[in-house]
Design a protein around this ligand. Structure first.
Ligand code: NG6
Ligand code: CA
Length: 506
């Protein structure tokens, strides 16, 4: 109800008295029909890292439980093969590659989502939801007019783009500042020990991963040799804020605690929770109780920890009797990576585990392994269990949930978000007819054809040829069939160019 409707209703209510009261009850019960929405967003978990998608070296019983009681999607996509652009696309409904400055952000970057725009939380808030984000942010903070001062209120941030509550890691686990923020503030900060952050020069007198390499509890393999926090080298320099520093080993517990509290506080009204885990991004330092849960070392153990987080949220929903009318989605922001900058044995101990499942590539890649994600959805009240091959994108959440909650989007809102609600609910076998994938270059999947742009040189001139794969016979994108189907190459190249040019997908 917008303000005008609200005024109309209140005026009518006072005139009509009891008759109106009855209709008010109907409206309220319709409200409760809106499902709660929980998106659990993993970091760097690949299609093959989850047991209901084929993993055997690690068990993910909680994600599997959602798959069993809901729908397991096999053609669901993140928009990009790295974190910031995938998250940007999911929350704005606009492909990140359409906007400059949406690549992997530094820890002190300004916010890249415009306050006041029709974001996923803003749309749901308008529909009457209480909205919260817990976990990894990595979408920037502050207006960029001046350096972020971590010792004062920091905004704009999530609260200015549609969230009612936030408990965050500002950027990534491997980037400073290594502190938690609640709403506008760094928590547990001692004013006498203020935080300084630098993504340029080292801060004199502070140990770094180079000067103090011998004492590190996890050595770095590339990058990650600036500030040393909790015995781990990070990207970026940081000084101060000792009492506010996080502990990597208890981070999953901390996020779960705040996600559960948010659910508990809002159990009586529809809520939207975006729960973005740190797992299984680097540095992988799971809690000791998960160490050794798999034979794959920290990367495998972090998957077990991730699954535990999912289980905790499921248990909370169950305990509060919210399971039936909560739509819960578990998916990931980009494909898998083994060595992402720390010597954590991910490569050495992988065994026969296939992190990207049957797909080629992983994080940073425009092949399917980069963006094709595990994606399970459960909403017992409405959705029948099954599997789905429908093509759906995380970028589609806004248009789909706007439809679900009776919100109208303006044509300029969420330009790449397509309403795939029938597919998400298992009521249609088809979702989108195409999706654009992004990792430096763009690729487009149309039906079972996949076209990958040629490489460009630094003058934006093509260098090399486009690639074409037929995913039906070649899920692993092993055989480039561009020479065999030149018309297809032309057709898909043209379609991609037109979609780029149009500035929108719908
Ligand atoms: C890279 C980092 C990598 C990771 C990534 C972002 C190095 C050498 N590599 O630049 O470790 O942090 O950025 O990952 O520093 S993402 O999942 O948040 O996109
Ligand atoms: Ca990621």
């Amino acid at each position: 109800m917008d303000r005008r409707d609200f005024l109309k209703v209140s005026i009518l209510g006072s005139v009509l008295g009891p008759a109106f009261a009855a209709s008010k009850i109907t409206a309220a019960s319709q409200q409760t029909d809106k499902p709660n929405i929980v998106i659990i967003y993993a970091d760097d978990i690949g299609y093959g890292d989850i047991s209901c998608y084929g993993a055997t070296s690690v068990k993910t019983p909680n994600v599997d439980r959602i798959a069993k009681q809901g729908i397991r999607f096999t053609s669901a996509y993140a928009s990009s093969a790295t974190c910031t652009p995938s998250r940007y696309s999911m929350l704005t409904g606009q492909y990140a590659w359409r906007k400059r400055g949406t690549g992997i952000l530094r820890g002190n970057a300004a916010i890249i989502i415009d306050p006041g725009s029709a974001t996923l939380p803003a749309v749901l808030k308008k529909a009457g939801y209480t909205t919260g984000v817990v976990g990894k942010w990595h979408l920037g903070l502050g207006d960029g007019k001046s350096e972020i001062d971590w010792n004062t209120d920091i905004k704009p941030g999530p609260l200015e783009i549609g969230f009612d509550y936030s408990f965050l890691m500002p950027a990534t686990g491997d980037r400073v500042p290594c502190v938690y923020m609640e709403n506008h503030k760094v928590i547990n900060l001692d004013p006498d020990d203020p935080i300084t952050v630098s993504y340029g020069k080292a801060i004199p007198g502070q140990p770094t991963g180079i000067t103090h390499r011998d004492g590190l509890k996890m050595d770095w393999s590339h990058g990650h040799n600036n500030a040393v926090i909790n015995g781990i080298g990070r990207i970026g320099h940081m000084k101060g804020g000792k009492s506010a520093l996080w502990d990597d080993e208890t981070m999953a517990d901390e996020f779960v605690k705040h996600a559960n509290k948010f659910i508990d506080r809002n159990k009586k009204k529809p809520f939207f929770l975006y729960f973005a885990t740190h797992d299984i991004h680097v540095p992988r330092a799971p809690h000791p109780r998960f160490v050794g849960k798999t034979d794959m070392g920290p990367r495998g153990d972090a998957i077990a920890q991730f699954d535990w987080c999912v289980g905790q949220i499921l248990d909370t929903l169950e305990r509060l009797d919210l399971s039936q009318n909560t739509m819960i989605i578990v998916t990931s922001d980009n494909g898998p990576v083994l060595d992402d900058g720390y010597k954590d044995q991910a490569k050495e101990r992988i065994g026969d585990h296939k992190p990207a499942g049957p797909f080629r590539g992983g994080k940073y890649s425009f092949y399917e392994g980069g963006t094709r994600m595990p994606f399970v959805l459960r909403w017992p009240k409405r959705v029948k269990p099954g599997t789905s091959k429908a093509i759906v994108g995380q970028v589609d959440f806004i248009a789909s949930f706007a439809e679900l909650t009776g919100q109208k989007l303006k044509s300029s809102d969420a330009p790449d978000s397509i309403n795939v609600l029938p597919a998400l609910l298992g009521e249609s076998k088809t979702g989108r007819d195409h999706i654009i994938e992004h990792a430096g270059r763009l690729a487009i999947r149309v039906g079972n054809w996949k076209y990958i742009q040629p490489k460009f040189n630094n003058k934006k001139k093509t260098q090399g040829k486009p690639q074409l794969f037929h995913l039906n016979d070649d899920l692993g994108e092993k055989t480039d069939v561009a020479d065999k189907y030149p018309e297809k190459v032309t057709e898909l190249g043209k379609m991609l160019a037109e979609l780029k040019q149009a500035g929108r997908s719908r």
